[in-house]
Write a protein that binds this ligand. Structure first.
Ligand code: COA
Length: 272
């Protein structure tokens, strides 16, 4: 697994791996190199046996100021068509399918600015926890443009139109409490409590069975796209697989033997 990147910072704390956008002097704006490296790290992390939970954040005081307007927006124009296609493909895929198909849960830890394409990253992560100083927004209209690429398609699918269009049309900034109210993020906490909240949540997930976490994600995201009948079928396939891989239902056995109270504790893990 590659541990060192030019635009990302990878840190490990036991089973929890944190990936930070590491361009604080540019407010962590996403350059073509950052997209290439995010694509690479997400491709590699899925095979990393040490990582049970991933935190995605920004170095310094901000999550991410969106696409790098200079390097991505202007300099990309001078690139040959195949380079533009390669980057566009990586941008779209890491922020959608790679985040969602990552077997490990991924938590967005957000503070400061979270703008433009960074909103698609927020949507792509499984859970998003923000500090009360975080500010979300789609300022593109103020450049005489619009949230281009996959930003509008993702947000139009994810947010109710009356919420999303209010911000896409006006370019107004959205406080963290409002982002929580409209379902863009999972919860908002005081800035001083952000690390504790995110770390406790990551630890809570790290104690679960990795197979169960993967199954939750797979059935959740495939059900979003499927009819209830197809979703039910996928659910049964995943259920058969997890029982087969575990050689039965160890958690249920622990419950029957009165060794487990699932509302207050988690299954004792054999080696997975
Ligand atoms: N793309 C490229 N560079 C960016 C950037 C972006 N999206 N956002 C910030 N930067 C750069 C600035 O150009 C500046 O670089 P410099 O020091 O080489 O001049 C540096 O980051 C610091 O930015 P600055 O504006 O001085 O910081 P600030 O804290 O006062 O303001 C922002 C931060 C994010 C509010 C402001 O930089 C901004 O509005 N950025 C554009 C955000 C945007 O429109 N995003 C949507 C893109 S799709």
């Amino acid at each position: 697994m590659t541990e060192t990147f030019e635009t990302l910072l990878l840190t490990r704390n036991g089973p929890v791996t944190t990936v930070a956008f590491n361009r604080p002097e540019k407010r962590n704006a996403m350059s073509p190199q950052l997209h290439r490296e995010m694509f690479q790290v997400l491709t590699e992390l899925r095979y990393d046996k040490q990582t049970k939970v991933v935190i995605l954040t920004g170095a310094g005081d901000n999550f991410c100021a969106g696409q790098d307007l200079k390097q991505y927006g202007l300099e990309m124009e001078s690139q040959p068509e195949w380079v533009k296609d390669e980057i566009r493909d990586k941008v779209r895929r890491w922020r959608t399918e790679l985040l969602r198909s990552l077997p490990q849960p991924i938590i967005a830890r957000i503070m400061g600015w979270c703008l433009g394409g960074a909103l698609t990253v927020t949507v792509g992560c499984d859970v998003a926890i923000a500090a009360d100083d975080a500010k979300f927004g789609l300022p593109e209209v103020n450049f005489g443009h619009f949230p281009a690429g996959e930003t509008t398609p993702i947000l139009a699918n994810y947010l109710q139109s009356k919420h999303g269009l209010y911000y896409a049309l006006s370019g107004k900034m959205m406080p963290a409490a409002e982002a929580a109210r409209i379902g863009l993020i999972s919860r908002v906490v005081p800035r001083a409590e952000l690390d504790q909240e995110v770390n406790e949540f990551a630890q809570c997930l790290a104690e679960k069975s990795a197979r169960a976490l993967r199954a939750v994600k797979e059935t959740w995201y495939s059900s979003m796209k499927a009819s209830p009948d197809v979703g039910f079928m996928i659910s049964n396939f995943v259920s058969d697989r997890i029982i087969r891989e575990q050689g039965g239902r160890p958690g249920l056995e622990q419950f029957v033997e009165k060794k487990l109270r699932p509302m207050s504790g988690t299954m004792k893990l054999e080696k997975e």
